[in-house]
Design a binder for this molecule. Structure first.
Ligand code: ADP
Ligand code: MG
Length: 492
């Protein structure tokens, strides 16, 4: 068996399963579309900032497919595609070109999509997902279609061409993914990379990252089975659910001795099930031919070197850097794969001499907890990196306790500076021996019974005195100091 951890547990349900899912191994390949974040569309000077804007306000003659318009290739899109290709460990092409993929659909007014066929800009790459390499067949450039809107109960449809001509990169994986969870992890990693590089916002909610899945099952070790393609998945969660659903459906069909039809399916979000959209069209239907109005591109080694030199740190490199600072593995991963957390942490770390893990604990613990409760991203919050650093330094210096810091956090999160808060409120830990001794004397004077118990050998009773001293000092006395002084007075 090639893939020892290949078998995914199927969702639990009360009814007993009539088949044995462990007999079957899922085989999954993904096709991921990402909107490149360029100033203008891929083949014209039309602006791309359409999200949330009125329909058809980001169009121009080329976007509308008017006769006589001619495309020009957007250099920014090409450079971002090169950078993304390099991050996917691909061979980036020398010669690459665009092909017409011909089809008629109202949201594609040119009557063809400009895509890449046999000479994609990048090919033969890989990404590592939890230690397993997943092959990337190719990544190519193409233009996006517009959007048809079907108002409920209306006998007409509406057309918005704002999205038409948006630069897309489509990446296709090898059929090397073996579970729904692994597919989801893969998507998370792709999103982190795209965001870290600034090549795409990669957010599914705005349609800037979309995924189609291909899935089949086979008995372990046997050749691949017939695959089904599921389209229109608009969240990573839907991807995982659709895969789980299809794996279970196909298992049942095959266990019954049935056959899988090579269909293109959709995902019904309401019913949480797949449905047949159409039987798959063949490549010949698209009548690919090279775009006559665009010259082929020659991507020179110098261009690639220039892009590589400008490439920001990738999440995997960030993770390694944090590990070198002795940040725990799970935390390093969490932070490195979140662009906003990692850039925030980098600013907190500047000029911090203590253990990095101390800062990370606060960032992934209380700070993230507070943000989650407010449904905020750290980039949107009022927390200043220097303020978090000061808060942790106050603890390191023994000025405040961890407990005091937790109490201050909500205010620090709203933009207040912890050192100022501490001095304004006289919050600092009491390390003044005189004051602590006075408190101990007072507590001892009013606790004759407890003192007797202690003299009688009941050392646990010391805790009662300790608690009272802490209370008398308003919780501000440094606990270790209180222990030492108290033990001294008790002759322990
Ligand atoms: P198509 O001819 O349908 O475009 P491709 O071979 O180009 O098929 O693959 C498209 C996607 O389907 C890729 O992501 C690939 O990894 C995946 N794929 C190919 N064969 C299978 C299979 N038998 N089971 C699951 N996924 C597959
Ligand atoms: Mg194909």
């Amino acid at each position: 068996m090639t893939y020892p951890n290949a078998f995914i547990p199927l969702s639990s349900s009360k009814a007993p399963k009539p088949y044995n899912p462990l007999m079957w191994e899922p085989v999954i390949g993904l096709e991921i579309h990402l909107h490149l974040s360029t100033q203008t569309k891929i083949f014209s000077a039309c602006p791309t900032d359409y999200y949330g804007e009125s329909p058809n306000t980001r169009t121009d003659p080329l976007t509308l497919g008017l006769p006589g318009t001619l495309p020009t290739t957007n250099a920014e899109a090409v450079e971002k595609a090169i950078m993304f290709g390099l991050a996917l460990n691909c061979d980036v092409a020398g010669k690459t070109e665009f092909h017409r993929k011909n089809y008629y659909y109202p949201d594609a007014p040119k009557n063809f999509q400009l895509s890449q066929y046999d000479r994609p800009i990048a090919r033969d790459g890989w990404l590592e997902v939890n230690g397993t390499r997943i092959g990337i067949t190719r990544a190519h450039l193409e233009d996006d279609a517009g959007k048809l809107i079907h108002p409920a109960y209306a006998d007409y449809s509406l057309l918005d061409l704002n999205r038409a001509g948006m630069p897309l990169i489509e990446m296709v994986t090898e059929p090397e993914i073996r579970s729904a969870d692994q597919a989801r992890d893969f998507l998370n990693i792709v999103r982190s990379i795209a965001q870290a590089l600034g090549v795409s916002d990669a957010n599914p909610e705005e349609g800037k990252m979309r995924c189609d899945v291909n899935v089949s099952i086979r008995r372990a070790g046997e050749p691949f089975g017939t695959k089904v393609e599921v389209k229109n998945l608009n969240s990573f969660k839907s991807v995982a659910r659709a895969l789980e659903y299809e794996i279970e459906r196909q298992t049942k069909v095959l266990e019954r001795g049935g056959k899988i039809a090579q269909d293109t399916m959709g995902w019904d979000e309401g019913g949480q099930k797949t449905y047949v959209m159409r039987t798959k069209e063949g490549e010949a239907d698209y009548r690919y031919f090279p775009e006559p109005d665009l010259p082929p591109l020659n991507i020179t080694p110098e261009m690639i070197a220039r892009v590589r030199a400008r490439m920001p740190e990738l999440p995997a490199q960030k993770e390694a850097r944090l590990r070198a600072l002795e940040v725990r593995e799970a935390d390093a991963h969490t932070v490195a794969y979140s662009v906003s957390l990692s850039s925030f942490l980098d600013r907190v770390l500047e000029g911090y001499a203590g253990k990095s893990q101390n800062l990370v604990n606060w960032l992934v613990g209380d700070v993230s907890g507070w943000l989650a409760a407010q449904a905020l991203d750290i980039a949107q919050s009022s927390l200043e990196p220097a303020h978090l650093r000061n808060l942790v330094q106050l603890i390191d210096e023994g000025v405040i306790s961890g407990k005091m810091a937790k109490e201050l956090l909500p205010e620090v999160m709203t933009g207040l500076e912890p050192r100022t808060l501490v001095s304004e409120r006289g919050l600092a830990v009491v390390t003044d021996t005189g004051a602590i001794e006075a408190a101990i004397d007072a507590v001892m004077a009013s606790n004759e019974k407890v003192l007797e118990q202690i003299r009688g050998g009941n050392l646990k009773a010391v805790n009662s005195l300790f608690g009272q001293v802490m209370k008398l000092t308003g919780g501000k006395a440094q606990p270790e100091l209180v222990r030492d002084l108290l033990n001294g007075k008790l002759g322990l």
